[in-house]
Design a protein around this ligand. Structure first.
Ligand code: FAD
Length: 387
């Protein structure tokens, strides 16, 4: 019998595999991954420094352990090059060469890739991006070699702000640059973004906003950074956290429907019946939610579907805690198509912002230690995103 094949051993692929094993002890399962198949929790990467965790302490299970735990075959360091959806086969590049692998059902859990902006100069080799444990190891090793602790973060989004806070906690001198005029511009209304920025600035993070990096050059003492607004300063290392783009190339080449991500319906089925997608690469009924809670909901439903019990993914309201202890923040942005009214309540140590339509709470932002305590109570009031 041909196996269920899952492409990707990130949180999406492994969470699905665990749910599959709960639903069926026997279903033949093959996980194919381009990386080393180490199981790790990606959110840990942006607070590992302050948590005192070394990169080698982050992995929770290697290839052998995961094979045993999941009762699955796992092919590591194997790139899926092509999907032949008519013959239900994959073309793989393995250490031993190109091979063909048949599947019964295929799940794409191929994640997303960091967006890079073009920067001039010979210092761009010192620009790192972190979207995996392997990336983190590389960055960490380079950071440890620097004589001084000046870090430039490109991007004031969720991940950029988390890394900025983490580096600050370990006494790095942190400057964050973003084209947007405020941090977390896509998630926060201006009022909260201003307060969030002030709290981070008060703890020592420097923001250079409404500009971008044009040039990075090596000097005798580090890297000279030139911004589009003309400012020049020195740093030792650059971390780029501009954003992530779903990996859609494989699906696109197989002529599956693509929008911002691989388009799937509420069964997580792509435009082809035997191929599913989940995690950061998937756009579920128009929702692109690259976070942990959505992929857990997806895994539960998809495991049922793949083992003969067709199920729809259910999205309750799913707030995200931003790991910036210098300015604790919980965000549950309203769905983008909703025309909401924002109400703001100032607190001594932060702010509560509620997005409503009539009497119905559609989303909220909680800033500061007092506000974030309301996470559970407010989440219960927000309608499901996908019933
Ligand atoms: P990935 O982890 O990217 O896995 C993709 C897998 O696909 C990899 O194994 C890769 O090798 C494989 N692959 C890709 N293409 C191929 C191919 N062609 N052939 C074979 N294999 C392939 N979310 C939260 O909810 N809360 C948080 O606090 C939080 N913190 C985060 C902190 C950081 C630093 C980052 C980067 C993200 C954070 N997120 C957080 C988001 C969350 O971690 C992701 O949504 C989640 O890890 C995505 O998992 P994934 O399996 O979809 O993708």
């Amino acid at each position: 019998m041909n196996p269920i094949v899952v492409v990707g051993s990130g949180m999406a692929g492994y969470t699905l595999a665990r749910e599959l094993r709960k639903a069926s002890a026997e279903a033949p399962l093959l996980i194919i991954t381009a990386d080393d198949a180490i199981n790790y929790s990606k959110p840990v990467l942006s607070n590992a420094l302050s948590g005192g965790k070394l990169p080698e302490q982050i992995g929770m299970g290697d290839h052998a352990k995961m094979t045993e735990q999941l009762k699955a075959s796992i092919m590591a360091h194997t790139q899926v090059l092509e999907i032949d959806k008519e013959n239900k086969t994959l073309t793989l590049r393995t250490d031993a060469g190109i091979v063909t692998q048949p599947y019964a059902k295929l799940v794409l859990a191929v994640g997303a890739s960091p967006i890079r902006i073009p920067i001039e100069g010979d210092g761009t080799s010192e620009v790192y991006a972190i979207n995996s444990l392997i990336d983190y190891k590389t960055f960490h090793a380079s950071l440890a070699q620097k004589k001084s602790k000046r870090v430039l973060l490109l991007g004031a989004g969720l991940i950029g702000c988390e890394f900025a806070n983490d580096l600050l906690t370990t006494e790095h001198d942190v400057t964050v640059v973003d084209l947007a005029p405020r941090p977390l511009g896509r998630l926060l209304p201006q009022e909260v973004a201003i307060a969030f920025q002030k709290q981070l600035e008060a703890k020592g993070i420097r923001f250079e906003l409404a500009t971008t990096v044009k040039h990075i050059a090596h000097t005798d003492t580090g890297l000279s950074v030139t911004l589009a607004n003309g400012q020049t300063f020195e740093v030792d290392i650059v971390l780029s956290a501009i954003g992530l783009k779903p990996n859609t190339e494989l699906a696109h080449a197989a002529e599956l429907a693509i929008n911002r991500g691989i388009q799937v319906n509420q069964s997580l089925q792509t435009s082809h019946a035997d191929i599913y997608a989940m995690g950061d690469c998937a756009e579920v009924e128009g929702h692109l939610l690259p976070y942990v809670m959505p992929l857990m909901q997806q895994a539960r439903a998809l495991a049922q579907t793949l083992t003969g019990n067709p199920s729809l993914v259910h999205y309750p309201a799913m707030p995200v805690s931003v790991k910036t202890p210098a300015a604790p923040l919980v965000v549950l942005p309203p769905a983008p198509h909703l025309e909401v009214t924002w109400n703001f309540e100032e607190l001594e140590d932060g702010m509560i912002a509620k997005a409503t339509i009539g009497d119905v709470l559609q989303g909220f932002i909680l800033l500061g230690p007092t506000a974030t305590k309301q996470r559970m109570a407010l989440t219960k009031l927000v309608p499901d995103l996908l019933g």
